[in-house]
Design a protein around this ligand. Structure first.
Ligand code: ADP
Ligand code: MG
Length: 475
């Protein structure tokens, strides 16, 4: 029996359906149309370029397994992308994209962009007497300067990053520390430096690594008795990018080894780039000598982008994905998603997905629904119970201790903080707060709030408690 594109694809779908969530299946696989099969090559039609990229990025492995099962080892996949302009009536034309996956789709000359397995760091320790082995830089080419939008919120960090990539090791920005909140572009910028250096100085060894992975490698090297090899490996790097160094907090062994690697690189004019979610002054449980190294170069903060920048970021992503969205909708998103570029992108992706696959238009009600979902997910409902739990846990006591009648200072403080946050974050009255936190009266709560206010002003350690608890309670 000869196989038709429909029968092959129908079988693939059966397999795929079994392996992913129904919603994902509906969104990403139902809209696909099988077009033809010629030898081992199956052609499928997808609604947009964005759709094609999404499949390649997220479902390529699954597709591969399904196709190999149906067509055999040499299966190849080609996408027919309908280049349709949402807002004009031009007749759609199609553009073919071979799947970028070489094995077994095997289209020439296309490299694998984001295959996680392939990007795993090669174990450097199996190479005896390490020479200049080829080190995979672990960079993601999508994080580059071209698509990093400039704004007031990132100007300093961005231009310092550009300076570093023009003259790695040759500026006073060494190390360059990029810090700022979640989703504000630290990883993007740090990677962009690496990508640019690789373009300009192909002979330089660049390595991007998360502090978490670095720590894991270090632990493994201790277990495997290859600590020296580990250190040597890192000392060979010309440009070392360590992401999220706050992760080293409290890990003194890893800090120690990093200190030595850092000194070696720095003395030899090599460039070090670090990112962190805090400024050096606010980093905790990082050894003083390492902190002082972090401060040697430049610390540049990434702040939340202002409205104009948020609009530009959205527009640039739309442009790259080839979609057009009415101005008022773009503005609505930018107005409502303020503190995190990753969320901004998330809303856009959901919107595009919903609009093109459920054949909905880009409308304001649709976008409101999506934005609401995002905003809700990030804002937790805070109850007085929840506050007491978080505060007790933070001070490592249980809730009954927090509520008890004791006058022990640290317990009193914890209780006062719980009252203070209850006042600040809920609509409950002083009396109701008092009765829920260890049956106190309203005057006690009022006194607690004042005390916390005063201590926050005068006592640095106390201020830190308030800041950290605020973060825990709001995220
Ligand atoms: P962080 O490491 O600070 O948590 P990321 O670098 O992962 O944040 O950024 C989150 C997302 O936002 C990424 O997809 C990144 O490309 C995007 N992004 C952040 N800042 C910008 C910017 N200025 N221009 C374009 N995209 C940005
Ligand atoms: Mg990051």
């Amino acid at each position: 029996m000869t196989k038709t594109a429909s029968s092959v694809w129908a079988n693939c779908l059966l397999f795929i359906k079994d392996n992913i969530k129904p919603q994902a299946y509906k969104t990403w696989f139902e809209p696909i149309k099988p077009i033809k099969i010629l030898g081992d090559v199956l052609t499928i039609q997808v609604p947009s370029k964005f759709f094609f990229e999404w499949l390649e990025e997220h479902y390529i492995k699954l597709l591969r397994v399904a196709l190999v099962k149906e067509i055999g080892e040499n299966a190849k996949l080609v996408y027919d992308v309908r280049m349709e302009n949402t807002y004009s009536n031009k007749t759609p034309h199609t553009v073919k994209f071979p799947s970028s996956n070489k094995k077994p789709f095997n289209s020439q000359g296309v490299t694998i962009p984001l295959d996680i397995d392939k990007r795993e760091l090669k174990n450097p320790f199996i190479i005896p007497g390490i020479q200049k082995v080829k080190i995979e830089s672990q960079l993601n080419p999508n994080y580059n300067f071209e698509n990093f939008i400039e704004g007031d919120s990132n100007r300093l960090a961005r231009s310092a990053s550009m300076a570093v990539s023009n003259k790695p090791g040759g500026t006073s920005f060494n190390p360059l520390l990029i810090y700022g909140g979640v989703g504000l572009g630290k990883t993007h910028l740090a990677q962009a430096i690496g990508v640019r250096i690789k373009e300009r100085y192909p002979e330089k060894t660049v390595l991007y690594i998360s502090a978490e992975k670095f720590t894991q490698q270090y632990i493994d090297s201790v277990k495997g008795n290859t600590r020296n090899d580990f250190i040597h490996f890192y000392q060979m790097i010309d440009v070392l990018i360590v992401d999220d160094v706050q992760f080293l907090s409290g890990k003194s062994g890893t800090q120690d080894v990093f200190f030595h690697i850092f000194n070696h690189l720095h003395q030899n004019g090599k460039q070090v780039i670090l990112t962190s979610d805090k400024a050096p002054v606010d980093m905790q449980d990082i050894e003083q000598r390492l902190l002082s190294r972090f401060k040697w170069g430049l610390s540049a903060e990434l702040m939340a982008p202002d409205f104009e920048t948020r609009i530009s970021i959205l527009k640039s992503k739309m442009f790259r994905d080839g979609v057009e969205i009415p101005e008022e909708i773009v503005e609505y998103i930018a107005k409502n998603i303020k503190t995190n570029v990753r969320e901004l992108e998330g809303v856009l992706i959901s919107l595009i997905a919903q609009a093109s696959f459920n054949r909905k238009e880009f409308t304001l009600p649709l976008i409101k629904q999506i934005v609401d979902k995002f905003v809700k997910n990030t804002k937790k409902e805070v109850s007085i119970d929840y506050i007491q739990k978080v505060v007790s846990k933070y001070f490592e006591m249980d809730v009954t201790t927090l509520q008890s009648k004791t006058r022990k200072r640290h317990i009193v403080q914890a209780r006062q903080l719980a009252m203070f946050f209850a006042k600040r974050m809920t609509k409950a009255s002083l009396a109701s707060i008092g009765s829920q936190i260890g049956s106190r009266d309203h005057a006690t709560v009022l006194h607690a709030c004042k005390t916390v206010d005063n201590l926050t002003e005068t006592d640095k350690q106390f201020r830190k408690y308030v800041d950290e608890l605020t973060k825990k309670l709001t995220f």
